[in-house]
Design a protein around this ligand. Structure first.
Ligand code: AMP
Ligand code: MG
Length: 438
């Protein structure tokens, strides 16, 4: 399928969200391969571990050491040579000749009939290959311990050198959106710096004559521009560099100027407003001059109209790369829904992340929900444990596309898929949690 944003299928009046997502992913993949041709030394940065959270790893981290670096005990207990487990007697009795602590190895020799008290993480002494956990042993005098032969097999409760990770093998693979555990893992290998993709520069602007900035008086018919603030929050969660291009009036010259300025500096431009039926023709005209942008009517609620494509590199831009463009609908909830559904994955993909899909879970709907098959709906809801402890969702009141309060009170979207119809109370539904997402 031709996935250019202006393909007639994509412009059809009921574009399936999955088709839209596929087309976006395809276009982003093309942009990535084009930008490889204009690779710049600043595309990859070296950052210290304390700066690396939520960045995308650009090169595999290869382990410089074996992990663990030597055989050690997996339990608190007693280390001994497992050969003695061959004996006929059901009970083994060993004399304790010393203690090995983590960081303080025992260097003496452990002979037949002897064992060593050993702590978790302490190096296994030479000639010992087995650890009997403390709780399986008995001792009257702390000098001789006894345990049943069938409670341990030779070689058990010992962690082998290189068992977790062999020297030279990848410990963290390129494309990982770095989480706290990855930073800990790098530190455990003695690695203090990581190579990450540079942050994407994302320009945002709001279009509409009715919009006022915070601090300005609200005259009749005007409203405060809230979209730039929700978008700033969303982009900060994804660790993007934000270029705030402010509010742009609904006139072709101002819009064109603002778009050109944004395209000069940004990898991605996200605008809101000006793509609904009444206004799209006017925006379309400008877009035809500036790039390759389709005006899609997606079968979803909220967020039906959306413009998507690329803006040509503005003369003088270096490197001469296109700017990915999302023209989101103006309604405040629709902005957040379309960001979640389309923009988030595209930004992660463009930034080199390998995992771009947001996780879904399931919960029981507390009430019935009306739903027409033929479009995907994103309802705002609160997920929590129901009376019987099972995960339950409850919608947050009126679901109008402009009602941001429904979003503010919610902690998740209930996602009602394209072919789904009405939901009865007690039905399981798909849920996407905001935490970590929005
Ligand atoms: P539009 O897509 O431009 O037709 O806008 C749809 C609705 O969203 C209208 O009611 C606009 O007033 C409202 N809207 C557009 N942009 C914003 C914004 N930045 N902040 C708050 N509301 C907006
Ligand atoms: Mg408007």
């Amino acid at each position: 399928m031709n996935l250019s944003p202006n393909n007639p299928i994509l412009l059809s009046s009921s574009l399936h969200v999955d088709e839209a997502r596929k087309a976006i992913a395809q276009l982003v993949a093309e942009l990535i391969s084009e930008s490889r041709l204009t690779q710049s030394p600043t595309d990859i940065e070296t950052v210290s571990l304390d700066q690396a959270i939520n960045r995308v790893l650009a090169l595999d981290v290869l382990s410089p050491i074996d992990v663990p670096s030597a055989d050690n005990s997996a339990m608190d207990g007693f280390a001994f040579n497992g050969q003695c487990l061959d004996s006929q007697s059901p009970e083994i009795s060993l004399r304790v000749i010393g203690t090995a602590f983590a960081g303080k190895p025992y260097t003496g020799v452990i002979g037949q009939g002897e064992c060593l008290k050993i702590m978790t993480g302490a190096l296994m002494p030479s000639h010992c290959d087995t650890v009997i956990p403390q709780e399986f042993t008995e001792s009257e005098d702390q000098v001789v311990i006894r345990f049943k032969q069938n409670q341990v097999k030779p070689g058990e409760n010992r962690r082998l050198r290189g068992e977790d990770l062999e020297k030279g093998k990848p410990a963290i693979v390129a494309g990982r959106l770095l989480r706290p555990s990855d930073l800990g893992l790098a530190a455990s290998l003695g690695i203090a710096q990581l190579q990450v993709h540079r942050k994407l520069k994302v320009a945002i602007l709001s279009s509409g004559d009715e919009l006022r900035s915070l601090g300005q008086p609200l005259d009749s018919g005007s409203i405060y521009d809230s979209n730039r603030y929700s978008l700033t929050g969303l982009l900060n969660r994804l660790n993007m560099d934000i270029i705030d291009c402010g509010i742009v009036r609904d006139d072709p010259a101002s819009l064109k100027e603002a778009f050109c300025k944004a395209a000069q500096k940004a990898d991605v431009l996200i605008s809101s407003g000006g793509v609904s039926v009444g206004e799209a023709d006017f925006t379309k005209q400008i877009m035809q001059e500036l790039g390759d942008v389709g005006f899609w009517k997606i079968a979803m609620r909220p967020g039906r109209p959306m413009a998507f494509g690329t803006l040509k590199p503005v003369p003088g831009k270096s490197p001469a790369r296109k700017t990915l463009f999302f023209g989101l609908p103006g309604n405040p909830v629709a902005v957040m829904v379309t960001f979640y559904q389309f923009v988030r994955a595209a930004l992660l993909q463009l930034n080199g992340a390998s995992q771009t899909e947001a996780p879904l879970t399931q919960a029981i709907s507390e009430t019935s929900i009306r739903k027409k098959p033929g479009r995907t709906e994103f309802q705002r809801a609160i997920l929590g444990p129901g009376p019987d402890g099972r995960p339950t969702v409850r919608l947050t009141g009126s679901q109008g596309a402009g009602i941001l309060r429904s979003m503010s009170e919610a902690n998740c979207f209930v996602i009602l898929h394209h072919d789904q119809g009405n939901i009865a109370a007690g039905d399981w539904v798909d849920v996407a949690l905001f935490d970590g997402l929005l």
